[in-house]
Design a protein around this ligand. Structure first.
Ligand SMILES: [Zn+2]
Length: 316
């Protein structure tokens, strides 16, 4: 029998080592697409509903993930981190197919287990999770479901993924806590914030947003508490919202820019990166964004060493 404890430790060490090599402190959340760009891994979003993710080793390291149209945003970024794990752990080309149902219930190969552990450790190291509660003056076990939903967005993981990691991975809470928080579903938060029952892609960017760029696809929603005053660029349009929230919909993709031209997107302290994955010609690849590191000075602390990033959307 393989030594899963040893494999898990090795994967965790590799993830923490990668964060260290990029000068990202353990208590800081990360933007996984920036990390990919920094280590020379190209990320492509595919209009491919049956794909969970794919890592191509040759001719150059490439991660393929489904467009956000096909998966919740936290799931896509976790998959991207998982595929980066295959790269960092020296695995070969891997195709991860999308399977309905509870992924936990299925047996995993050693490589899949290691890539999952890598992804959890890259996105949710203990200190980064604890810091989200610390900035709110909360103990993890005292946080209500809505706060946990917001924190999951800040760490760019799914609500359930955060709950399970806090309970089983980090042992910050017990099973009763897990069962209790699990009773509330993310679509209930979305419905409350958007003021409608349609379950749409939504991220909450409140006063504790960790100063990371926020990646959106056209059609995605951003919610901000009405108490915050923000400068809204024309790339976003106001959308209907429940009480206490201002909601904006990503309307226009950020124009392609050359590295020497600053991207004119500033959303108060939030940098938006908006891609349009809906209107790409078949068999073409389009670079939608390329943003020089120099303009992202507000997040120097959290993303030192990160260079330009590119988004490419392709159809199958
Ligand atoms: Zn995999």
């Amino acid at each position: 029998m393989t030594n899963r404890v040893g494999l898990g430790r090795e994967a965790m060490r590799a993830a923490l080592q990668l964060r260290r090599s990029l000068a990202i402190a353990r208590e800081e959340p990360v933007n996984v697409y920036d990390i990919a760009a920094t280590i020379g891994v190209e990320v492509r979003f595919l209009d491919a509903p049956s794909l969970e993710g794919m890592f191509l080793k040759d001719p150059h390291p490439t991660v393929l993930v489904p467009s956000l149209n096909h998966r919740p945003r936290g799931r896509v970024s976790f998959t991207c981190a998982h595929e980066i794990g295959h790269f960092q752990l020296g695995h070969g080309t891997v195709v991860d197919e999308y399977l309905e149902g509870d992924a936990e219930a299925r047996p995993k190969s050693d490589e899949e287990f290691a890539a999952d552990t890598f992804a959890s450790s890259l996105l949710m190291p203990r200190q980064a999770v604890l810091q989200r509660f610390l900035v709110r003056g909360l103990e993890p076990s005292d946080a209500d479901a809505q706060t946990l939903f917001t924190i999951a967005g800040e760490l760019d993981v799914g609500y359930e993924t955060l709950l399970k990691h806090m309970c089983w991975g980090l042992e910050l809470a017990g099973n009763d806590w897990l069962q209790d928080r699990r009773r509330t579903k993310p679509k209930e938060f979305r419905a409350a914030i958007l003021g409608s029952k349609d379950s749409r892609r939504l991220v909450v960017a409140g006063e504790h947003w960790p100063q990371l760029p926020l990646d959106l696809e056209v059609g995605d929603y951003v919610a901000m508490p009405t108490a915050l005053s923000v400068e809204v660029p024309a790339l976003l349009e106001p959308a209907p919202a429940g009480m206490l929230w201002n909601v904006y919909r990503a309307k226009t993709p950020a124009p392609p820019v050359s590295p020497s031209v600053p991207l004119p997107i500033r959303f108060a302290w939030l940098v938006l990166v908006i891609a349009d994955c809906s209107s790409i010609d078949s068999s073409t690849t389009r670079r939608l964004n390329e943003r020089p590191r120099a303009q992202t000075d507000r997040r120097k602390q959290s993303l030192r060493g990160v260079g330009t990033r590119a988004f490419a959307c392709v159809r199958e």
